[in-house]
Design a protein around this ligand. Structure first.
Ligand code: C2E
Ligand code: MG
Ligand code: MG
Ligand code: MG
Length: 287
């Protein structure tokens, strides 16, 4: 025990902390191998037009099936990738794979998540550009999603990185709005092309009026800045209808489809002209 060694107090020593550190090291080693061997998978979650619920886009999400253990959540492996620098390789892998995949769905937009750490690579925008070139995907179809953390930490570098990315022709979305500080200032200063409302705000809708008011105010804010809004984490029809009435442009969540393999999206894509909202809502004119 720590007490017996004479260093620190007994309370400071927790054998389970060693075990945790060990487990994390093993995770990192396995993740590195999985990335090098291109064993990560990319799944796609449908994004629908809020008015008629037709498929208009997909968000690419990384999946890792760890050998001998099973699936590991991105909530676990993305932070590990971020803290070890593996995120550069992981992020470009996901972008490349997703760009290849959306070539088969010409009218569908693609959203890909970007970690702040990826901006540390001064060649990041160049790498992104070369992915578009190699895969022959029109950057106008691509939205890169980022959370606000980096904009708070390092606003100047974030601005420079975003400017370079925009010059490639992609859109930039502020992800998880409503989950953190969610400052109006960041929305304005960085001129985001889209706001994604966090699922915690959407799911609070079932808890009463306060949440509905907050949601209304958030959408109004985006409107006043002329930024289109996607709501994430839509799990029920009632949420979908409320969000639609509030004026969200796009909806995403388990109610419309979980993240799925490209083959599954393909089926929805083929059938999309047959999909309609329950009442005779206006068509988006995608056909
Ligand atoms: P995110 O970008 O906000 O992605 C949305 C997350 O919400 C996904 O979790 C998705 O599966 C989940 N989700 C979607 N609809 C619903 C719903 O109706 N209910 C609930 N409860 N959850 C829903 P996932 O796939 O576990 O990813 C978690 C986070 O990990 C992502 O949040 C993103 O920040 C990060 N991530 C995933 N893939 C990548 C990647 O390729 N690169 C980077 N940098 N981050 C990634
Ligand atoms: Mg996202
Ligand atoms: Mg999100
Ligand atoms: Mg998130």
């Amino acid at each position: 025990r720590a007490k017996e060694t004479g260093r620190g107090r007994a309370e400071d020593y927790h054998p389970e902390m060693d075990a945790e550190r060990e487990e994390r090291n093993m995770l990192e080693i396995d993740l590195r191998i999985a990335i090098e061997r291109r064993e990560l998978a990319v799944v796609y979650q449908p994004v629908v037009d809020a008015e008629d619920w037709r498929l208009i886009g997909v968000e690419a999400l990384a999946r890792w099936n760890r050998k001998g253990y099973g699936p590991v959540s991105p909530e676990i492996f993305i932070p590990i990738a971020e803290s070890t620098g593996l995120i550069d390789q992981l992020g470009l892998f996901v972008l490349h794979r997703a760009c290849e995949t959306v070539r088969q769905w010409p009218e569908i937009k693609l959203a890909v998540n970007i970690s702040p750490g990826q901006f540390r690579d001064p060649g990041f925008a160049v790498h992104v550009g070369s992915v578009f070139q190699k895969t022959a995907v029109d950057p106008a179809r691509i939205t890169l999603e980022m959370t606000e953390g980096y904009f708070i930490q390092n606003p100047e570098r974030a601005r420079a990185a975003i400017t370079k990315l925009r010059q490639l022709g992609v859109s930039i979305a502020l992800d998880d709005f409503g989950a953190g500080f969610s400052s109006v200032g960041y929305l304005r200063q960085f001129g985001f092309d889209r706001m994604k409302i966090d699922k915690s705000l959407v799911q609070a809708l079932d808890e009463g009026n306060r949440a509905a008011d907050l949601l209304q105010a958030t959408v109004a804010l985006a409107r006043s800045l002329e930024i289109p809004v996607t709501a994430e984490g839509v799990e029920t029809q009632s949420q979908a209808l409320q969000l639609q009435l509030t004026g969200c442009d796009e909806l995403q969540g388990y109610f419309f489809g979980k993240p799925m393999a490209a083959e599954e999206i393909d089926k929805i894509y083929m059938a999309r002209n047959k999909r309609r909202a329950p009442t005779g809502l206006r068509s988006s004119g995608l056909e």
